[in-house]
Design a protein around this ligand. Structure first.
Ligand code: NOJ
Length: 539
């Protein structure tokens, strides 16, 4: 990586799931004034960018990912004045703000869709994908289950929705649709935001004749076809279409025309974790960066972690910037995926060492810095539509969306009212106040590592080198410039290991440790799940 990377290429992003972050008015739902009051906590933690989950008015059939008006901010979050205050305070604290741009689909309550369904020959008639029926024009399946086509009683026709029926897909082939979205990007850039996370960007463009997707013939495909057809298809006609390239180029040109450096980071819809495909949509005439989910099928094992890091560095080589996303509001919590009973906290303390020392954009999902586990939400309280639909096979995404626990007050001081989702039962002991007061806590380890990431040139702009082959227990990488070298070593096993530095390398100082560590110039002894960040001299 070249010296002096742009801000987004080394950003430490914190994902605020707004409904669950901080309520300011006692209605049980997080809001922008509440989130603003917590920005100093985030600055203190050491992050430099916040990504806000969708803020626009929405009937919340998919909690904000069904947008009813792209120009406005939902009253429940405080409206546009509250976003103004939020962005201003963030900027005063030196934090950048990303909005969530949900442009593959709108809500069925959006004025565009209402107009489209009631006036097929009107100004919005062709803004969505309509079919006269009676049968769907192709075999496409919804990510949320069942077919991707639903009959609309108002118009008597079928319309396409890659997600819930309340989320009709926009017809991106229509230049008026493109212009409306491009104008909206420009509008929020003018407002002062610093970039967008683009929800399922690789879904925008569809095959011009809406051709059938091929069915997968492997075992998974054959089984899934009858239960969850979305997983049984190769999404070659409703996803990652070549037509997408010029749409991304236009979006990039809008971002690049601003008087300050902005960022577009796409979220790749990618149930098979094809991170290398995400990389193909990044570059100077397309997205700056893309999120993908390589880490979500990475088991807690040193060889698996080594491979995940190696694969991403390879896919995002050649001048592209990797992103390190370990969790978000759609997947079971990190602490539950990678936890191991009483060792869970020790493992979670290793995560910031492994994640935040790597080059590129790192993303921390709210609550993961506390090691919050997945919550089990009783059936009656389930809010997430896929959870309601597939219960008990799938309980939905509520378990990773429980409200933030700030201190030992009722409901973790998230709200004075009744929270829209219960907090994780751990919250009286697992909260920000408790962990801030303990130097060795998960939160404190994130804070220490975020601080090193900002202050050590090797971690800011250094090259990264991995060992050629993985070890059974230890994950390690070196970041180095001509002036400084920093090595991260993490023992992922439950046994003590003694690890020798590579030939010629000498440890000159310890920057951070978690768990039991004893180091000499040439070797480091690491207790179970212990890790160290050390400064080294190289030959
Ligand atoms: C990805 C979002 O992260 C998820 O929460 C949402 O349901 C889908 N996109 C549809 O917008």
């Amino acid at each position: 990586m070249s010296a002096d990377p742009p801000w987004w290429a080394r950003a430490a992003v914190y994902q605020i799931y707004l409904r669950s972050f901080q309520d300011s008015d006692g209605d049980g739902v997080g809001d922008l004034d509440g989130a603003r009051s917590r920005l100093p906590d985030l600055a203190d933690l050491g992050i430099d960018t916040v990504w806000l989950s969708p803020v626009h008015p929405s009937p919340d059939r998919d909690f904000g990912y069904d947008v009813a008006d792209y120009d406005d901010v939902a009253a429940v979050y405080g409206g546009t004045p509250a976003l103004r205050r939020f962005v201003d305070v963030a900027h005063d604290l030196g934090l950048r703000v990303l909005l969530d741009g949900v442009f593959n689909h709108t809500s069925d309550q959006h004025a565009w869709f209402r107009s489209s369904r009631s006036q097929p020959d009107g100004p919005h008639g062709d803004w969505y994908h309509w079919h006269d029926g009676p049968h769907p024009p192709n075999n496409w399946a919804s990510t949320f289950g069942g077919p991707a086509w639903t009959h609309d009683p108002t118009s008597g026709r079928l319309y396409l929705h890659s997600f819930a029926p309340e989320q009709p897909d926009l017809n991106w082939a229509n230049p008026d649709v493109q212009q409306a979205i491009f104008d909206n990007l420009a509008h929020w850039f003018d407002f002062g935001i610093d970039g967008f996370r683009l929800d399922v960007f690789n879904n925008y463009a569809k095959h011009p004749q809406l051709a059938d997707n091929p069915w997968r013939t492997d075992l998974l495909g054959r089984v899934a076809r009858f239960i969850y057809p979305f997983l049984a298809q190769d999404h070659i006609h409703d996803r990652d279409r070549p037509e997408l390239a010029h749409l991304l180029a236009r979006m990039r040109a809008i971002a690049d025309s601003a008087d300050r450096p902005l960022v577009l980071v796409g979220e790749t819809l990618d149930e098979r974790f094809e991170y290398d495909r995400a990389a193909t949509w990044c570059g100077p005439d397309r997205l700056h960066l893309a999120f993908h989910f390589r880490w979500l099928h990475t088991r807690w094992s040193a060889p698996d972690f080594h491979a995940a890091i190696r694969d991403q560095l390879a896919a995002f080589g050649g001048g592209l910037t990797p992103t390190w996303v370990l969790g978000n509001h759609d997947f079971p919590r990190l602490a539950t995926r990678w936890g191991a009973g009483r060792h869970t906290d020790a493992r979670m303390r290793l995560v910031p060492l492994l994640q935040l020392g790597l080059p590129g954009m790192a993303v921390v999902y709210q609550g993961d810095e506390l090691g919050t586990p997945e919550a089990r939400i009783p059936r009656k309280q389930i809010q997430d539509p896929p959870g309601k639909r597939f219960w008990p096979l799938y309980r939905g995404r509520d378990g990773c969306r429980t409200p933030m626990a700030w201190d030992a007050h009722p409901h973790g001081a998230f709200t004075t009212g009744t929270p829209w989702l219960p907090l994780h039962p751990d919250h009286p002991t697992r909260n920000v106040a408790v962990q801030r007061a303990r130097p060795g806590s998960i939160w404190s380890t994130y804070r220490a590592m975020l601080h090193l990431r900002r202050t050590h040139p090797a971690l800011v702009e250094g090259q990264v080198t991995l060992p050629l082959s993985p070890s059974a227990a230890v994950v390690t990488y070196l970041r180095h410039t001509s002036r400084q070298a920093v090595r991260v070593v993490a023992n992922l096993s439950s046994k003590e290991v003694s690890w020798r530095l590579p030939r010629g390398e000498v440890a000159t100082g310890t920057l951070l440790t978690t768990g039991f560590c004893a180091s000499s110039a040439r070797s480091i002894t690491l207790g179970p799940y212990a890790g160290a960040v050390v400064e080294v001299d190289q030959p």
